[in-house]
Each structure stands twice: as C-alpha cells, then as structure tokens.
Design a protein around this ligand. Structure first.
Ligand code: PLP
Length: 242
C-alpha cells in the first residue's frame, strides 16, 4: 500500500471508530449510520482510492462534476453516489438516475422536474427533503412550514420519487454542540411526519426514516441526535483547497 493510501485508510478507520463510539454512547447500532465521504473538488483517482480502502458512499455537490466522475468510475460496482449540493432544475438531468440519493430537494418545482426525469428514464429516484431550521437567509433548504406541501408533491409521484427522509445543514459555528438543537429539531420533524404518513398507506413512498445531518466538525453530535447519514469530507480527505 502506498504511503498516501495508508494514510487515507488510517483516517477512514479513525472516523469509523468515532462513528461507532458515538453510536455506543447513544445506544444505537452503528449499522444504522451510513458514512458518506464527501469528494467535491477531489479527483476521481481519490474516490477510487477511497473505494479501495472500503468506502462505498460518496457525496458530490456539483451536477456536472458528479456526471463526469460517475462516468470515470462506472467500473466500481458497489459505489453509491449522493448528491448534496444545491440543485438547479436545468442541471437535474445529470443527477437523476446517477445519484442513489439526492439530499437537497427543497421546492415543489424541483420535485416536479425530478419526477419528470425519473419517468423519462424509467427509474425511481431516492430523495431527501432539505430543511433550513436555523432561519438563516443564506442557507438553502425549505422552511419547516413548507414540509406538508413538499410531502404532498412527493406523494403525487410514488413510482418516480421515493422520499426517504430529511436533511439539514446548520450554519457553521465554532462550537459543534451549538448545532445539537438544530439536529434534534430535524429528528422531531421526522418523527412527527413519519407518524402522519404511516397512517396513510397510499403514502408509503414518502415514508421518512433517514436523517442526513452532521459533517466533519459535528458528526458525533449529529449521531447522538439520530443521524442515519453523515456527510464527512475534510476529516477523511484533509482540508479542501479554497
Ligand atoms: C462540503 C460538504 C460537506 C462536508 O464538509 P466537511 O466539513 O469537509 O466534512 C457535507 N455536507 C455538505 C452539504 C457539503 O457541502
């Protein structure tokens, strides 16, 4: 193993260890938590190396970058892509059917576009609804009040769109503990709406279980609050070039 591959493997082991410890403290099974390695701006060769040391789930922020890397890495049979960046309707064709899960769906207009693309391709697209729970204007995501309308829009396309959960991205803060209340609020919304939808069998396609929350600085906090998908970049790959 080359020196850099060994170093990468060691950082993956360290992150997995912290994930496992956070699960133990929270009384959760580590199998409930998927580690999504965030590879935006990194070359396809780095994704290939990360796959070689055992990672399978990768997060990308830019539609064309996802499309290009997916083509270059099409031979990695177990690789699952996650789209985690803001998605414009006119870029969605690069993402539907390529990403196993789109984490950043926050408008009915985007839902309609994704449903149309999924229908064209004869695929069912997994999606998460992104919420902005901090009330900060600059962060993307829908407000909690919009959730019923988004769920109704998803529910209208049960063959095309599988809404499996919620995502949030709190503002960066110096103290990761400050994000805990935002993560807890996302979990509470999930619980409220999961019950609501479970009562309606026709809405099975929009059953909300997954919670995508937590990044390098705060994934342990997010796991304590119920995260099932953590999106970790710099803790695995080092600081990105600005
Ligand atoms: C870049 C990014 C991450 C990973 O950030 P790190 O701090 O490097 O772990 C996670 N989620 C989203 C939405 C991102 O854009």
């Amino acid at each position: 193993m080359s020196e850099s591959l060994a170093a990468l493997a060691a950082r993956v082991v360290a992150v997995r260890q912290r994930v496992a410890e956070a699960c133990t403290r929270a009384g959760r099974d580590p199998a409930e938590v998927t580690l999504v390695a965030v590879t935006k701006t990194l070359p396809a060769a780095t994704v290939r190396a990360a796959y070689a040391v055992g990672l399978r789930d990768f997060g990308e922020n830019y539609a064309q970058e996802l499309r290009d890397k997916a083509l270059q890495l099409a031979d990695l049979a177990e690789l699952r892509w996650h789209f985690i960046g803001p998605l414009q309707r006119n870029k969605a064709q690069h993402v539907v059917g390529t990403a196993a899960l789109i984490h950043t769906v926050a408008s009915t207009a985007l839902i309609e576009r994704l449903a149309a693309l999924a229908a064209q391709r004869g695929t069912a697209q997994g999606v998460l609804l992104q919420l902005n729970l901090s009330g900060e204007g600059t962060k993307s995501g829908a407000r909690a009040e919009e959730l019923p309308a988004l769920l109704a829009a998803l529910g209208a396309h049960p063959q095309q769109l599988h809404g499996i959960g919620l995502m949030t991205m709190p503002p960066q803060s110096a103290d990761p503990q400050q994000t805990a209340p935002i993560f807890a609020a996302l979990r509470q919304l999930r619980d409220t709406f999961a019950d609501h939808w479970a009562a309606d069998p026709a809405a099975a396609a929009a059953r909300l279980g997954a919670l995508s929350m937590g990044m390098s600085a705060d994934y342990a906090v997010a796991i304590a609050e119920g995260a099932t998908l953590v999106r970790v970049g710099s803790a695995i790959f080092g600081q990105r070039a600005p």
